[in-house]
Every structure is written in structure tokens, then in C-alpha cells.
Design a protein around this ligand. Sequence first.
Ligand code: FAD
Length: 451
Amino acid sequence: MTTHATPDADVIVVGAGPGGAASAYHLAARGLDVLLLEKTHFPREKVCGDGLTPRAVAQLLKMGVDTEAPGWVRNRGLRVVADGAAIELDWPALEHFPDYGLTRTRLDFDQILADRAVAAGAKLLTGAKVTAPVFDLAGRVAGVTAVRDGEHVTFRAPLVIAADGVSGRLALALGLKRDEKRPMGVAVRQYYRSAAKHDDDYLESWLALRTAAEPDVLQPGYGWIFGLGDGRVNVGLGVLNSSEGYGKTDYRALLRDWLANTPEEWGLADEANADGPVRGAALPMGFNRTPHYSRGLMLVGDAGGMVNPFNGEGIAYAVEAGEAAAQVAAAALKAPNTPRREAILRSYAGRMDELWGSYYRMGGIFVQLIGHPTVMRLCTEHGLQRPALMRVVLKLLANLTDRPGRDTADRIVNGMRLVTPGLGRAKARSAGRAHAARADDRLASLTERRV
Ligand SMILES: Cc1cc2nc3c(=O)[nH]c(=O)nc-3n(C[C@H](O)[C@H](O)[C@H](O)COP(=O)(O)OP(=O)(O)OC[C@H]3O[C@@H](n4cnc5c(N)ncnc54)[C@H](O)[C@@H]3O)c2cc1C
């Protein structure tokens, strides 16, 4: 075992999922020296629904991803299905977002994004598993330790971005725990061969999950069927922590029973058409880990609990947060002195709150409401019959409006945001102070490696 330090980077980004790759891309595009550390090797599978809304597509286009290249499958909107009724809702025509979504499996999606970061000048090290933050004498993160090819390595930089996903290991090392009152989900997915559904023009979402054994019982959660254009679909379901079934459900069995209830010609009722096992993971939602900046560490994506509670979408938010983190980091690293640098870095937490704080607060309320089967039933029974209402709902659920609003739907959704206070603002200030005090206490008893 050897320990040695490598040359400094301006910023170390831990994790080359969508959030880390976007952070690294936008940092490198601003001329910063970036080291992107990823524990796996590409290509690699990643549990996901593989669905991208126009919000995510907008970010891919900003990163110069060629979405016309082979392998990308376009969709024109969302089909919402409940109890035999269905409504097709096209993605809205908006100034700042394209009017199409995409699907692509994470098998190579993440690699495409990481390649964009490398093309912009970031240095990517795969097979580098980060084990802990490194602190300076002031208790500020000054790098990370990692294991690569069996060697223990220390990497140093004045700023570290934790984009290491839902485990939030780096954040935890600073005492940043998950807020259990905020929304959380569990989702499972499986690939199936389906000639009937693989080239569907719409992402399909099932709001009322029923099984053949208990057709009168509304099962917890919602399901999806996303065509991948290669003969396969990604099917899955998610259950929220506001639902009584959360943590008690056999998700694999629920998936199988729901699929057994789908039309036979889709091929999803026959497990022989499955392509690989059922795999699942947690969905950390609604900013369930804050503050998003603390002592030299910025949180991006799932590490900061950034999944949209309304629809379970996490990629767009991870990638957008990566861009916001890069903007703040670039400004901070130019600051003339340390206090100024820290003040700019702390502004990242406020920026996140400004972006999605009130929206996620509404999302938390939404998650509580739809956790009740009666509310869910009312929504599906009455909502699907009202296309105008559903178009507003789509804009709300997918966070797709123009600001200032161009139509009534925009104005309703934007107005709801305006009257909903953010999650942070006043609270963040006092929580930040309390957190800093707790962190200082902990620091006194810590024995981490110091550089
Ligand atoms: C079943 C399921 C379906 C979903 N469907 C969708 C969907 O259709 N659309 C959508 O937008 N979102 C979906 N999501 C959410 C989405 O997958 C996540 O929000 C998104 O992947 C978050 O990106 P990220 O970059 O923050 O984290 P991740 O994608 O988790 O990336 C983290 C990266 O960090 C690496 N890493 C972790 N620890 C270390 C370490 N110690 N050292 C070095 N590297 C490390 C990991 O290997 C990984 O590459 C789904 C989630 C689940 C579970």
C-alpha cells in the first residue's frame, strides 16, 4: 500500500454520473482544471428508467451532445394511463426547452456525458473509488483519498464536488444527513422485449397499478413503460415514502403482477420476454440533503437529494445543478481572498433554493397527498377526463413553463411557485448556522487525515 499526493486540480468532482459529468463539463468549459473521479469503468449499467424530458434534453444540447446520432429515441410527450382510460399529452411548445424528450439506456448515456466533459478538458479517472474527504487544518475539505488499482491515492484541490449519487458518502463524512421528513422513493425497473411498445412515440405512465389477484385494490406507486427503440422497453415502478406500502411492498412481485395485467400483445405479461433481472434503487427527492454547500464541498444531483418529487425525474436536475455549481465555483475560485471565496461558494445553497426550493416544497405536499389512495383515485377518475387540466398538470409535474408565462397554464404554475415559500431561505440561514456549529463540534473529535 502506498500513499502519495498527485498534482492539484482546481476542482475535484467525485462521481461521473450525469451530475458529475455535467459539473466537470461546465467547469472545464470555463477553463478550470478539473479531475473527475469515477469508481466504475464505462460502459456500465445503471438502474434508471432511461427517460428524459425536454428539461433534460435542453441540458444535453447545452453540453453539445449530438441527440441526432444513432441510439437516441425521441418521444413527443407523455401518455397517462389509469384504469382503462388514457390521455396523450404532447410536451409543451416553450421558448427555453425543446418540444421532445428522449430515451437512451444508462449503459452508454453516462459515458457520452463523461466524454463531453473530457472533450471540454476535464481529466477523467475511472476505477478510482473515493474513500473519504481530506481536511485542511481549518477543517475545510481540501481533497479526497481514493483507491485505484489497489493503490491508495490522495488528490488535492481547493474545492470538491460530491456527485456520488444517493449514498451521499462524502456528504455524510461531513455530517450532512438525509432529512427523513422530505420525500423519498424506491423504484425498480426491468428491460423487456416488446415489439408492440419499443418504438412508442410517448413515454407512458401508469397512475393506477392493479393486479389480477386484487383488481379492486389500488396498489401503491406508479408505473412506467419507456420504449428504447431497439426492440426493448424499460418498465418499472416507484413507491413514495408517503404511501402506506413504502418499505413493506415486495416491489419485484408488484412489478410482475402489474405487468401480468397489461395487454398480452405487448409481451410484458410473459416473463420469458424479460431481458435481464429486476433492479432497484432509492430516489432521494425534494432536497432531502442540505445544505448543498459546506466547508469546501458542494453537493450535486442525488447526493443533494435533487430528484423532482412530482415525477421522479433526477437526471435533468443533476445536470442543471452541475451547471449551477460550475458557475458558482468558477466565480469563487477567482475571488481575491478566502472570506470572499467562501461567501460565493455558500451562495450555491441559496441558488439551489431559488431554482427549485418552492417547487420542491409544493412537491412535498403533492407526495403527501398522492400517498392517500382516495386522493389518487379522485385524481385519476376526474383528471383524465379533462385534457385542459391535464395540460396544466403536465407543466407542473415536469416543471416545464416559460417565465414569464406565455399562456394560462404557465401563469398558473408560475403563480403557485410564487406563493409557495422556498425550503431554504430563512430556514437555511438558521439551519446553516446550527449545522456549522455541529460540524465544528464534530471536527474537534475527528481524526481524519489532515493535509
Ligand atoms: C429505478 C429508477 C428509475 C429512474 N428513472 C429515471 C428516469 O427515467 N429519468 C430520470 O431523469 N431519472 C430517473 N431516475 C433517477 C436518476 O437515475 C438519478 O436521479 C440520477 O442518476 C442522478 O444522477 P447523479 O449524477 O446525481 O448520480 P448517479 O447517477 O447515481 O451517479 C453517481 C456516480 O458516482 C459514482 N460513485 C459513487 N460513489 C463513488 C465513489 N466513492 N468514488 C467514485 N465514484 C463514485 C457512481 O459509480 C456513479 O457513476 C431513476 C432512478 C431509479 C432508481
